[in-house]
Ligand binder design. Structure first.
Ligand SMILES: [Zn+2]
Length: 207
């Protein structure tokens, strides 16, 4: 594959860019990355968590699985997934300033996160993705709940109870996603409160 682009996304910031059909985005990260996709020629058609879970008939997707759009179109295929210790999440939305404040106000930070949190960030993935997608005319309320890369959740199959974990990929781990249509994609280097966020690197390849 020929490398077309390489970008560093600092801690708790966002990035957006275009992918042509067949191009591959490699997301290198050791923490959670909130990832969304929109059809480039119709930005109202966007990634859909529920469609993705039902198409693949599972809640944890990995190599060979597809990300689906709201109209049940194949948007992306996971070509390679080096996160072997954990899983990716399709249950959660985006963290945000208000979400952190609410958890703090309600005294529930410890319930949500498996470590002591002293300082809550003043923004999160909602603000990062909103800012990154603003130049494309996408309003914050039209950003779908993301594909949360590397966010390993413990989910009880009987009760449905969810817990955050501190399981994250080892350095050098990445996920390759191939565009199955021309896309606008965006991601946020999550502040990842369960473990503490890190920057993210991405590369775009052409076959
Ligand atoms: Zn986040």
């Amino acid at each position: 594959m020929k490398k077309l682009k390489e970008t560093h996304v600092p801690y708790n910031t966002g990035w957006a860019g275009e992918l042509r059909k067949g191009q591959v985005i490699r997301v290198l990260a050791t923490t959670t990355v909130d990832f969304v996709a929109f059809r480039l020629d119709n930005l109202r058609e966007r990634f859909d968590q529920a469609r993705t879970k039902v198409y693949n008939m599972k809640i944890f997707v990995s190599t060979g699985d597809k990300l689906m759009g709201r109209d049940n179109q194949h948007m992306m295929t996971i070509m390679e997934d080096l996160n072997k210790d954990g899983t990716h999440d399709l249950q959660k939305g985006m963290c945000s300033a208000y979400r952190f404040q609410l958890a703090k106000q309600e005294g529930r930070l410890r319930e949500y996160y498996p470590r002591e949190i002293t300082d809550i960030p003043d923004h999160g993935c909602y603000e990062n993705l909103s800012k990154a997608l603003e130049p494309y005319g996408i309003a914050p309320e039209n950003i779908p709940s993301p594909f949360n890369l590397n966010q390993t959740m413990k989910i009880d199959g009987v009760t449905g109870k969810m817990e955050h974990t501190s399981i994250r990929p080892k350095p050098g781990s990445y996920v390759d996603l191939r565009a199955e249509m021309d896309l606008l994609v965006a991601l946020s280097a999550c502040p990842d409160l369960p473990v503490g966020g890190k920057p993210v690197n991405l590369m775009i390849y052409e076959p």
